[in-house]
Design a protein around this ligand. Structure first.
Ligand SMILES: [Zn+2]
Length: 595
């Protein structure tokens, strides 16, 4: 058994993929939103017993190793290593040696962050001032431990201690510089994290990939936060703080709470809302929202009532509606942030119960400002325009109308006026819609190998069904079936069937994707998944006879050629077999009908 087979026999594809997207059962197979392209519908499918995945939207497909290769952007060998680590699978000693010899750059990067986080936790235990500060902010000991909060002390001596600590793990100053933990100045090494509380940042699978630092001393005038710099393994635009811990709770509840800082995130989790995540000092991106929409249907967020907050909320609403995530707004008492609110011991559950849909929130803010003072006519007009903009983004005309009515009522503007405004706006904006842009992106990303095969080679539906039937049911062709299919079956698919048949003794160990060339894989997986989605059709025998009838002329010609060849070479035995099989088939297909 090779390492790929070892992995596949020990791991269930469903368990692996569920770590990246939520799947629901649909008969024999499971479906959900595709992790590789943006979509509203669930085109992504997984077949547990075929051990394959396939997306009917972007045509990505393959086995569990192909999935990890794609989602983690790594080589197949790295994917195997990743799966073996994650599911504690013992690989043969030789393979392990190979891996250790070429220790991957990403692993080193992760290792550096793990070591620095560990060191900062040690320093934290020694610093009374930082502990006092967090205590004052209401952060408990168990939160400190759960989120691995640490402290990076300042000064040359502490940098020296960090270097000595890392050296034990074979991490050098160069590695720390490369990971943006240290910088080299004229007077030696220094770090932007000095005198900051540290928050290790993890990717969705819980691997350390970044570090956040926050000032805490009142006289500190530097920026409040310092985060890891963007790096091939760390992107603020896609990573959310706390996500790896929150993921399972988000999946369970279908709900996610989105806040803005580390302490806000920790405070909410501490207050009984473990499904909280935070952006890393940047605005929420399409990628963040797309990620969350794979696990949640409802998103709760906290916003200030000021105009910057309004604009941010407007943007978020559009992002959410694009991916069918329903956004709600949690309203905190004036002057509070999530952390200060929790620190007061106030019940967070009440906040959630009183959350309003983002749309209601808008309407509310259109009539009055955050202090409850009525807005001027001009301000109101500009906010009503924003509402129209927002409603215009909705695809569903019924929902659009409903919201328009609500808006008209709340803003005390005639419904007809708003409707007219909406229609006029639509006329002006015909050309650009986010939907169209998304589609373009998808098309470019779509797999060329699939498109090539599907457009250049004509394969009848019947052939596709026969192919999937043979492969999925692990059906072994009888000699005469093999002979006749060879004469008339798709020249693209038949060699794959032949390869498959050649492994007949090991069919339980070999998966079909192992027998396909790379350029064949996606197309083949698409056929197998189509077969899965359509469910068990007619028996293979019935399909064979339909096929023989359709291709009768081709079969007859093929047989004639074979007979001529056999005669020429005096192969009498073979000649007899061919004629006998042909007569038999003819009898079966046509004579029976005449009786
Ligand atoms: Zn897809």
């Amino acid at each position: 058994m090779n390492i790929f087979s070892i992995i596949k026999t020990h791991i269930h594809i469903l368990d692996v993929i569920q770590e990246y997207t939520t799947l629901k059962r649909a008969g024999n197979y499971w479906k959900g939103q595709c992790p590789f392209h943006h979509e509203r519908t669930a085109s992504f499918t997984v077949s547990p017993h075929k051990e394959i995945f396939y997306c009917f939207g972007c045509h990505s497909g393959g086995d569990v190793v192909a999935f990890i290769t794609k989602v983690e952007r790594c080589s197949p060998l790295e994917a195997v290593k990743h799966l073996a680590d994650r599911y504690a699978i013992q690989l043969p000693q030789e393979t392990v040696k190979q891996f250790t010899a070429s220790k991957h750059e990403k692993e080193l990067y992760t290792h550096v962050h793990e070591m620095v986080a560990t060191w900062c936790i040690e320093q934290f235990k020694k610093s009374q001032a930082v502990q006092e500060y967090l205590k004052k902010r209401g952060i408990t000991q168990s939160s400190i431990a759960n989120f691995s909060i640490g402290y990076f002390p300042g000064g040359q001596q502490s940098i020296k201690r960090l270097l000595a600590f890392c050296k034990q793990a074979n991490i050098l100053a160069q590695d720390l510089i490369h990971a943006h933990i240290l910088r080299e100045g004229q007077a030696g090494f220094y770090s932007p994290y000095e005198e900051r509380i540290t928050f290790p940042i993890h990717d969705s699978l819980g691997r350390a990939c970044g570090l956040g630092g926050r000032i805490f001393m009142p006289e500190d005038s530097r920026a409040k936060y310092y985060n890891s710099q963007d790096h091939p393994y760390f992107s603020k635009g896609s990573i959310l703080y706390g996500f790896h811990q929150a993921k399972k709770y988000i999946q369970e509840t279908g709900t996610v709470y989105l806040v803005e800082g580390y302490l806000d995130c920790i405070a909410f989790a501490q207050a009984g809302m473990p499904q909280t995540v935070a952006t890393l000092g940047t605005a929420c991106t399409v990628e963040h929202i797309k990620n969350l929409s794979r696990y949640a249907q409802k998103l709760y967020t906290v916003y200030d009532g000021d105009s910057a907050g309004q604009k941010a909320a407007l943007r978020l609403t559009q992002l959410c509606w694009d991916v069918d995530l329903e956004p709600y707004v949690i309203q905190l008492p004036l002057g509070d942030d999530p952390c200060s609110y929790v620190a007061k011991g106030a019940a967070v559950k009440n906040l959630v119960d009183n959350a309003v849909t983002i749309f209601e929130y808008f309407i509310q803010k259109t009539v009055e400002n955050s202090s409850g003072i009525e807005l001027s006519l001009q301000e109101r007009m500009s906010r009503i325009k924003s509402i129209i903009e927002l409603i215009a983004q909705i695809q569903d005309p019924i929902k659009q109308d409903l919201l328009l009515q609500k808006a008209a009522q709340a803003c005390q503007v005639p419904y007809d006026n708003l409707k007219k405004n909406l229609i006029e706006r639509a006329r002006r904006h015909v050309a650009i819609s986010p939907e169209i842009t998304h589609k373009n992106v998808q098309k470019n990303e779509a797999n060329t190998s699939f498109e090539k095969v599907n457009t250049q080679i004509e394969i009848s539906d019947l052939e596709k069904k026969i192919f999937s039937g043979i492969i999925s049911r692990k059906y072994l062709l009888k000699p005469e079936e093999h002979a006749f299919l060879k004469l008339a079956f798709s020249s693209y698919l038949f060699p794959i069937i032949e390869r498959f048949q050649a492994y007949k003794d090991q069919l339980n160990e070999v998966s079909i994707t192992d027998l396909c060339a790379d350029h064949e894989k996606e197309f083949i997986v698409s056929l197998l998944m189509e077969d899965e989605v359509q469910g068990q059709g007619p028996a293979l025998e019935e399909l064979f006879s339909q096929f023989y009838k359709k291709r009768w002329k081709m079969i007859v010609n093929g047989v004639k050629i074979k007979i001529a060849q056999a005669q020429k070479l005096n192969k009498n035995q073979e000649l007899e077999t061919i004629i006998a099989q042909f007569q038999n088939l003819k009898q079966k297909l046509f004579m029976k009908d005449q009786v």
